[in-house]
Design a binder for this molecule. Structure first.
Ligand SMILES: [Zn+2]
Ligand SMILES: [Zn+2]
Length: 353
């Protein structure tokens, strides 16, 4: 089904509840249950969800891991992709039947300094899908029309879903890193984000070294364009990368402070470390002296804008990127979370309602 032939669901337009995976309590399993359909407010749309990726952020949300916590009950999911089924008052940005992606940045004010200067992802008024507002882990989801991104015809929703967070987040991280041709880029962590980071770094002209603890993931990294790989369980990644001259940029995607410290130490002089992953353990120890003398840049990068996501879709439409995922029914969300936490998932799990 392509975006041009997609039609709004003509089955039961008058339904009052739908199935969704709900967090009622931190650190407890999600429950898949009927939730009430909400009345659309101005600017909102109802989307019939076709696919939704499981991001580590959803797991942190369900655990209440971070300093700013969501308030249960809530529905996680910020990689939802589906068809616009109903338009709320005043919506002109999308039409019925459009296929749209519903990313982490679910709403922003549109007028603050950040919003008007291309940094809407830093807006203080922002709402986040699957965190402060209900997300894509359901048969339907409500989104703000202005903050969804149309999925080009020809991109399968199963592939569009991981691009909506894992894709745009790593695409932006490579932009922020400033990768240029022949730069050595160290990607720490190969899963859902890392498998795409490798490809974006290579597209930018970088020579990629992928670091992970699991050989199977490193094999995937090589298939996707990593020139070098290091299994950090068997070999010291700092030594291995320094032997190659040190990384011009290191991108920290593994949810472990130790990996951030290793990424830092793998840099060459004037290198840049990009913080992307958000480990529950919120501290790293980095030396001041070496940072100053070596002219190191450390920068945080949070998701990407609507414009970045359009570019991500454009690259995928052009056949420049591959999305690796496995499909599970939404009912298996708790098992899917357990598998991600155990490191049993090569790249991304995509849930289908
Ligand atoms: Zn995410
Ligand atoms: Zn704003």
């Amino acid at each position: 089904m392509s975006a041009t032939t997609a039609r709004p669901d003509s089955t039961n337009r008058t339904f009052t509840t739908y199935r969704a995976a709900v967090v009622h309590e931190f650190n407890a399993p999600l429950t898949v249950e009927q939730v009430p359909r909400r009345q659309l407010e101005a600017g909102q749309i109802l989307v019939k969800v076709e696919a939704t990726g499981l991001c580590h952020t959803d797991i942190h949300a369900a655990h209440g891991d971070w300093p700013v916590k969501p308030s249960p009950p809530f529905i996680p999911g910020h990689e939802g992709v589906g068809i616009v089924l109903e338009l709320g008052p005043g919506v002109s940005e999308v039409a019925l039947g459009d296929r749209v992606a519903m990313p982490w940045l679910g709403y922003a004010c549109g007028t603050c300094d950040y919003c008007v200067s291309g940094w809407e992802t830093l807006c203080l008024e922002q709402e986040n899908m699957g965190y402060s507002i209900d997300g894509g882990f359901g048969e339907y989801a409500v989104a703000y029309a202005r903050y969804v991104v149309k999925v080009p015809a020809g991109i399968d929703p199963i592939e569009a879903a991981p691009l909506t967070c894992a894709g745009v987040t790593t695409y932006k991280a490579v932009k922020v890193a400033g990768t240029r041709s022949s730069d050595l880029v160290a990607v720490f962590g190969v899963g859902g984000l890392g498998h795409l980071a490798i490809q974006y770094a290579a597209i930018a002209g970088g020579r990629v070294i992928a670091v992970d603890l699991i050989d199977e993931k490193l094999e995937l990294a090589r298939e996707l364009g990593a020139e070098f790989t290091v299994n950090a369980a068997k070999e010291d990644p700092i030594e291995a990368i320094q032997r190659l001259g040190g990384a011009d940029q290191a991108i920290a995607l593994a949810v472990s402070p130790r990996a951030f410290e290793q990424a830092y130490a793998s840099l060459r002089r004037h290198g840049t470390l990009v913080f992307v992953a958000l480990p529950a353990d919120n501290e790293v120890t980095l030396p001041i002296f070496e940072t100053v003398l070596n002219g190191i840049t450390i920068v945080g990068s949070i998701v990407g804008t609507r414009s970045d996501l359009r570019e991500v879709f454009e690259l995928h439409s052009a056949g420049k990127t591959k999305v690796i995922s496995e499909i599970r029914p939404l009912e298996q969300v708790n098992q899917a979370i357990a598998d991600v936490e155990a490191g049993h998932v090569t790249a991304r799990i995509v849930l289908q309602p």
